[in-house]
Design a protein around this ligand. Structure first.
Ligand code: 13P
Length: 252
């Protein structure tokens, strides 16, 4: 397998600028020498320039948690892909379930955001996942199918060379309820084959598919051992560098 694992920390709406810098510096120190795994943290927009500056030349890359798809304009409160790129950030999380749930994000806006990200040469991390009700109603695969097909509508694989997919079952986020290895394996396998059908077998073989939802030092090894799991998108456990480094070092 030639997919480099990616362990990403989504800091959500936690940490002031100074707290973010302190945490990032500590994490960079702890992760010195790690070359077999890509590492990314996504602080709030406000901390992006501070954190990217501090992390220059380290193993820890930086991402934003969202973007707005227009290049510029009268869109009070929004931030464009170019503005994120200009801070030195390299990644952007798109379509997180919290954005879909609380801020009206739809597959249609997700699709536009992916386009804006790729045009600005940011690496998009597209988040998808079903709710508990959807899983109980046996709709997991139809929901994921819709999110992937609509989120990636009208692209060709050449547009999406760096795309990362993150499967985050909503019922596992911040709940301590991790999906079982069987559930994760089934979904990741399905997603890779869906990507293969939509684009090409080669593209599907190379795309990184992360799992997110209550990933902790205690369960990361088991999750990373699953064939189609290429990394983790971590919320709560990424806020503490001593904990996060144990997730990053899953292969030790
Ligand atoms: P937790 O790791 O806190 O469950 O959050 C997962 C998540 O939403 C990452 O984007």
């Amino acid at each position: 397998m030639n997919r480099t694992p990616l362990i990403a920390g989504n800091w959500k709406m936690y940490k002031t600028g100074s707290e973010a810098v302190e945490t990032a510096e500590k994490l960079a120190k702890l992760s010195t020498g790690i070359i077999s795994t890509d590492i990314m943290i996504a602080p709030t927009y406000l901390s992006l320039p501070l954190v990217t500056q501090k992390l220059l030349g380290t193993n820890v890359k930086v991402g934003a948690q969202n973007l707005y798809f227009e290049k510029e304009g009268a869109y009070t409160g929004e931030v464009s892909a170019e503005m994120i790129k200009d801070t030195g950030a390299e990644y952007v999380i798109i379509g997180h379930s919290e954005r879909r749930q609380f801020f009206g994000e739809t597959d249609k806006s997700v699709c536009k955001k992916i386009k804006a990200a790729t045009e600005a040469s940011l690496i998009p991390v597209l988040c998808i996942g079903e709710s508990e009700k959807e899983r109980d109603g046996k709709n997991t695969f139809s929901i994921l199918d819709k999110q992937v097909k609509n989120g990636l509508k009208d692209f060709v694989s050449d547009d999406l060379k760096t795309l990362v997919l993150a499967y985050e079952p909503i019922w596992a986020i911040g709940t301590g309820k991790t999906a079982s290895a069987d559930q994760v394996e089934e979904v990741h396998k399905y997603l890779r084959s869906l990507i293969g059908q939509l684009f090409s077998a080669d593209f599907a073989k190379n795309i990184r598919i992360l799992y997110g939802g209550s990933v902790k030092p205690e369960n990361v090894k088991k999750l990373m051992a699953i064939e189609d799991v290429d990394g983790a998108l971590v919320g709560g456990a990424s806020l503490d560098p001593d904990k996060f480094i144990k997730i990053i070092g899953f292969d030790n």
